[in-house]
Write a protein that binds this ligand. Structure first.
Ligand code: CS2
Length: 479
């Protein structure tokens, strides 16, 4: 059998296997949400720490909804490859940093033990935007009263990521050891502040002791962080192609772009993460705004435009003259002007680099993948910029067309991958475009509401998208 494993990994010399002793690695990190993004991004930072000779940064990766990803990881001793791709270039690295992969409901006791150990330094999260919606200050999926009131020691009641995180933090508190940092790596502005309030909210709803709540506030750090690297969902074709080239099968293969960035608010953990390339700054907010509005905003825009134009990969969309031009203008004239940029970054230069990165066809980043969960992504990627542009008195021509493209995407697809999909699709399918826009964008579950004075402008675009091909509509903006 040629599947990657402990027995054979060292023989795959051209895939850059780890040389440190896997048995000596201690678990220093609990990561919740064993996503491709975690494996392609944060795990690489931990791998670099291990490769530098500090073996205290092994990761236990926790899956939350099913054991599938953990099962595949375990079938190859938690070893996997990140294959960086650009053009015809390949740069694989076999990663050993994730030393354990577990499914929370099956491994709760083991995880509590790790939370109580002096080796634990860090908890990281990639749980996706929608998982934070249980914060009572944001609408959406609320914790049921049964979850809050039931016996919290019962693993069956630990259904949401915040309840599991609180569970781990209670164990840490009871151990009497110092607190740790909890770093959210999801694409949300103020992701650390949001995590903190979700955790504190839940802990007080659960009537946790005053001592625990005080400890939580003073000992657990929630630095905000900005993460950046395109890590598309893997396909069987990429697995097969890799197998052909490197002579082994990796069912947990990750394809990623070479670009890698992690900006974190100043925190003692910088002692370990800064030497391996993470950047520590006093305020993450301007970097996060740039990343989410100018990169992710453009990414989502491309996703809906490509979907409406029948284009499978965003890399094809961004190099199309009409679509590429539209995205450039959106980034330069609108998204990039909607906030105060970090002092060391020029939005126009930044946007140019983003378009170049997105044109990396070898990533095979599908427009349908980026289009998922629009109701969870657009509030921070598009709606926040829209409202800021109105406040600043700047043009909203492109951004309103992007919102209309999302609405049209909801309208024409039978089913979309979005937790609010069904409700929004019912509202959007109204022959009266203005009514459609106003009902959909006013839906309760959307965390940010678009300024209603723009509804007629959005409706005008939607009317056009209902009768004309998207590229013709984009082009009309030029004249
Ligand atoms: C993408 C992001 O799927 C998406 O919504 O926009 O995952 C994007 O690739 C990363 O944020 C890049 O850092």
């Amino acid at each position: 059998m040629s599947q990657l494993s402990r027995e054979n990994y060292l023989s795959h010399r051209s895939a850059n296997p780890p040389q440190y002793d896997l048995d000596q690695v201690k678990i220093g990190v609990i990561h919740m949400g064993l996503s491709a993004f975690h494996r392609g991004h944060q795990a690489l930072f931990f791998e670099k720490i291990l490769r530098s000779g500090n073996l205290n940064f092994g990761v236990v990766g926790v899956t939350q909804r099913s054991s599938d990803v953990a099962d595949v990881m375990n079938s190859q001793d938690c070893l996997y490859t990140i294959n960086e791709r650009e053009g015809a270039g390949f740069a694989p690295i076999i990663v050993g940093a994730i030393r354990k992969a577990v499914f929370f409901p099956q491994a709760r006791e083991e995880l509590l033990q790790i939370a109580r150990s002096k080796e634990l330094k860090l908890i990281t999260l990639t749980v996706s935007e929608k998982a934070y919606q249980c914060n009572s200050s944001r609408d959406g999926i609320n914790l049921t009263s049964t979850e809050v009131q039931s016996d919290i020691a019962d693993v069956n009641s630990l259904l949401t990521f915040p309840s599991r995180l609180v569970d781990l933090l209670v164990a840490r508190f009871e151990s009497g050891l110092p607190g740790v940092a909890v770093i959210s790596c999801d694409n949300l502005p103020t992701n650390g502040d949001i995590t903190r309030s979700v955790v504190l909210d839940l802990a007080s709803k659960q009537n946790r002791s005053a001592e625990f709540l005080t400890w939580l506030k003073s000992e657990i750090r929630f630095p905000n962080s900005m993460v950046d690297r395109a890590v598309p969902a893997i396909t069987q074709d990429s697995i097969d192609e890799f197998h052909q080239s490197y002579g082994y099968e990796d069912r947990s293969l990750i394809t990623a772009e070479p670009y890698l960035e992690w900006v974190i608010e100043n925190d003692p953990i910088s002692e370990y993460l800064s030497p391996v390339g993470a950047r520590f700054v006093e305020k993450v907010a301007p970097y996060e705004a740039m990343k989410i509005r100018v990169f992710n905003g453009a990414h989502s825009a491309l996703a809906y435009i490509c979907q409406l134009a029948g284009i499978e990969y965003v890399a094809e969309g961004v190099v199309d003259p009409v679509i590429g031009d539209f995205i450039k203008n959106f980034q330069e004239k609108e998204a990039g002007r909607s906030f105060v940029a970090p002092a060391d970054l020029d939005p126009i230069e930044y946007a140019k680099i983003i378009r170049k990165r997105v044109s990396n066809y070898a990533l095979l980043h599908k427009s349908i993948q980026i289009a998922m969960d629009g109701s969870q992504k657009l509030p921070q990627r598009i709606f926040a910029s829209t409202n800021d542009l109105v406040k600043l008195g700047l043009s909203t021509d492109h951004i309103t067309l992007i919102i209309a493209a999302w609405l049209r995407f909801l309208e024409v697809n039978e089913k979309v991958n979005d937790p609010l999909g069904d409700s929004l699709q019912k509202l959007v399918r109204n022959p009266n475009a203005l009514q459609s826009v106003s009902d959909t964008l006013s839906f309760d579950g959307l965390a940010t509401k678009v300024d209603a004075q723009l509804f007629p402008q959005i409706a005008k675009w939607l009317e056009q998208l209902r009768i004309k091909p998207i590229k013709e509509v984009l082009q009309s903006l030029k004249s």
